[in-house]
Design a protein around this ligand. Sequence first.
Ligand code: UP6
Length: 220
Amino acid sequence: RILSYADRAELPKIHPLASKLLKIMEEKKSNLCVSADVTSNKELLQLAESLGPKICMLKTHCDILKVEEKHFLLLNNTTFSSLKTAKQPDGLSAVGKPLGRGCLLIAQMSSQGSLATGEYTQAVVKMAEENSDFVIGFICGSKITEKPEFLHMTPGVQIKAGGDLMGQQYTTPEDVIYNKGSDVIIVGRGILEASDWLEAAESYRKSGWDAYKRRSGQSD
Ligand code: UP6
């Protein structure tokens, strides 16, 4: 039997942020991260407010936000990536750790023809293992390390498998969590393009959670 999210939250070597996320997942019965790819701050706040109860994490794309109503520009200062980070993620860690932050490394991508495969992916896993006091996991398509301290988070998820015109490839929550052994599904348009956000989020939450229960051999 595999370790539950709750078990993993208590691992002796777990990063506090990973532990926090795993506990949230267990408490809210949600392994759903919504990708808030919206361009208005109002919509972003609405999303957070309405879908908050269904999600374990909200992923933002602050650089696409247009703050138009009040007539000012938005300067998106992503503290970590704006620092000198030649020796990633060592440089990040020095700044992020004291702030209680953690980082996810992109190990694989969901887009067609992605070059983030094979040796690159392996090098990323190694980098994570060597920096486990700061790296909490990966953006990836499937489980890439057996170390239960690391979180696997997967984009390119829709209830119906398929793709878009820009090369995005979709697999289902069931496939990602049950077959590929990932921990979190990252869903954007599957929810944002639905007529009812809340209903869509609930259906993704349920699929993701059911798949996790099935994987971990628990029935509820
Ligand atoms: N994302 C991917 N694939 C990756 C990494 N990141 O799709 O390999 C991001 C996208 C988008 C979200 O930039 O913000 O995850 C997926 O959105 P979607 O569900 O609407 O395709």
